[in-house]
Design a protein around this ligand. Structure first.
Ligand SMILES: [Zn+2]
Length: 224
């Protein structure tokens, strides 16, 4: 399945388990994949031992590797507050780990994927925050994942994409991603949103990519 306006740099559908959807799509779940290098991250999803899978993997420089046909569900979410989460949520993973902040290019690229998916489904613009969630906002403990009955049904089974940095900074900043999606929706370039949030969210001294012409890289109408 091709989602209009979604720029994919490479398609690798070979090893990721794909199955028909068991529920309608309703949103997008963000992750990091716990890799430390882009090339290892990409290779891992071709390894026979790899049993998890995201729809898209986003590399440090923002390039997008499509790991599975977005028409199908992949095993990325596990037990969640939302039933059948692997079907309900597309999975996007940033190629990084629990300590290394996602780059601006990664977060902007994730936002572009989200905006294209939201436009494709015609999800209402006023709820653009809602369909984008983090794995840690959904993943719950179950009897299979914890012997502690008190945890069952509660959040805390996953910490991505927030991570566990000692300075508390999230690995993927959902506030930034959602702001970028809103900016795209309003016809502004995502770099505008990155800049407006720079004080709060972008690490000091980290340059916002400035190779833009001020136009949307993806020439589609997100209001359609
Ligand atoms: Zn995850």
């Amino acid at each position: 399945m091709i989602i209009p306006g979604l720029e994919v740099h490479e398609r690798r559908h070979s090893r990721i388990l794909q199955q028909p959807l068991a529920a309608p799509r309703g949103g997008i779940m963000l992750h990091y994949d716990d890799s430390s290098r882009d090339d290892w991250a990409v290779e891992w999803f071709s390894d026979p031992r790899c049993t998890n899978g995201y729809t898209w993997l986003v590399l440090d420089d923002g390039r997008v590797v499509e790991l599975a046909d977005p028409a199908y569900r992949t095993p990325h979410a596990g037990a969640c507050r939302t039933p059948k989460a692997n079907s309900v949520f597309y999975g996007i993973a940033a190629a990084t780990d629990g300590l290394t902040l996602a780059t601006d290019a990664q977060q902007a690229s994730i936002a572009r994927i989200c905006a294209a998916v939201i436009a494709f489904h015609r999800w209402p613009p006023e709820s653009t925050d809602y369909p984008i969630t983090g794995h840690d906002e959904e993943a719950i403990w179950t009897p299979e994942s914890s012997a502690d009955r008190g945890r069952w049904g509660k959040l805390g089974r996953k910490i991505d994409p927030t991570g566990s940095r000692s300075d508390g900074r999230p690995i993927i900043n959902l506030q930034v991603v959602r702001s970028c999606v809103r900016a795209l929706w309003q016809g502004r370039h995502e770099s505008t949103a990155l800049r407006s949030l720079s004080d709060a969210c972008i690490p000091p001294g980290k340059a916002v990519p400035d190779d833009h012409d001020g136009n949307l890289r993806v020439p589609i109408d997100y209001r359609q």
